[in-house]
Design a protein around this ligand. Structure first.
Ligand SMILES: Cc1ncc(COP(=O)(O)O)c(C=O)c1O
Length: 326
């Protein structure tokens, strides 16, 4: 096992769950949550901060400020603490308490924007506050929505890891938030194995690929403003998943001991639908990226009253246990 001196130097990049035996879905799920930040965003955060230090835009006395729905904020908190930077995270009420508490525990300051933007989401409001803070020149904004180091992290790490493990890959499913993961993987496979279909998975209600804005409760995927990083011409197909299906799929996985975050539910639901609609004459080699695990969503995605309030359903666990003979 490796011995490290900085938390961002450890990341499991080669663990996959074969979902077929437990769920019947012919899919390998790449787990991106095994690191000190607990999510795929450690890669982008690390690349953006190290580049800013090298370029001299981030130094002693600087304050990092970023808009995040949770995971990038946690990742930046980890790296800022290690590198001796201060960090302010601008977030919104959809950011779960667990992520905000993690950031605070790591020494970050969390500002919550409560006024929705014109599209009914919070992204615009969050960015407006970040810009306001950046009027003070001590602030440095990595800007995950436009920073090429976001997608480069996945071009250099995520996609090559998938390619090494699955040289015969047919299709890769990637959830779209900032589209950093998606663009890095799409660019890599265009260049190295263009026959791979790179399929973007987004939430119904996201405007990223031109959809109509609507309420979304699951953080991580989807936007209320088109991400600047996105070049849709690099993507082979796009699937939109209803949040009800996200929730059901996440619970289907947790019922098998696989407690993943909501966006994994979205990606797996999207992949299952797409694979059913695009049969090959042989078993496809299909991989989906799982951005994080479920522990930070225990108060939302896996909590009865939250599920009832927002989706009119209950978590399957307690009902199942209650129905067991005593
Ligand atoms: C849980 C979760 N899933 C998916 C994503 C999307 O990743 P990307 O921003 O690279 O599109 C994020 C990004 O914050 C996330 O936190």
């Amino acid at each position: 096992m490796p011995i490290i001196t900085a938390p961002q130097d450890f990341n499991v990049n080669d663990l996959y769950v074969d979902l077929r035996p437990s769920t019947g879905i012919p899919l390998f799920l790449k787990c991106e949550g095994f690191n000190f930040a607990g999510s795929v965003k450690l890669k982008a955060a690390r690349r953006m901060i190290l580049a800013a230090e090298q370029d001299g835009v981030l130094g002693p006395g600087s304050v990092i400020v970023e808009s995040s729905s949770g995971n990038l904020g946690v990742a930046l908190s980890v790296i800022a603490a290690d590198r001796g930077h201060r960090f302010v995270c601008v977030t919104d009420p959809r950011c779960n308490e667990a992520s905000a508490n993690l950031m605070r525990a790591l020494g970050a300051r969390v500002l919550v924007v409560r006024e929705p933007d014109a599209a009914g989401g919070y992204l615009g409001s969050r960015i407006a506050l970040v810009r306001e803070l950046c009027a003070d020149e001590r602030y440095f904004w990595p800007n995950q929505y436009a920073n090429p180091n976001n997608w480069r992290a996945h071009y250099e790490e995520t996609a090559p890891a998938v390619h090494r493990q699955f040289p015969d890959l047919d299709v890769l499913f990637v959830g779209a938030g900032t589209t950093g993961t998606l663009m890095g993987c799409a660019r890599y496979f265009r260049e190295h194995r263009p026959q791979v279909a790179v399929v973007a998975v987004d939430a119904v209600g996201s405007v990223t690929f031109g959809g109509r804005p609507a309420r979304r409760m699951i953080p991580g995927l989807g936007t209320s403003a088109r991400p600047e990083l996105l070049d849709a011409s690099l993507v082979d197909d796009v699937v939109h998943v209803r949040e009800e299906d996200t929730v059901r799929t996440a619970h289907r996985l947790s019922a098998r001991g696989l407690l993943f975050g909501g966006s994994t539910g979205t990606v797996v639901a999207g992949a299952e639908g797409w694979l059913a609609e695009h049969p090959l004459d042989r078993e496809p080699v299909a991989v989906a990226l799982s951005p994080d695990f479920g522990e930070r969503y225990l108060d939302t995605l896996y909590e009865d009253s939250w599920l009832r309030e927002h989706f009119g359903i209950a978590a399957p666990g307690p009902d199942l246990i209650e129905s067991l003979p005593t």
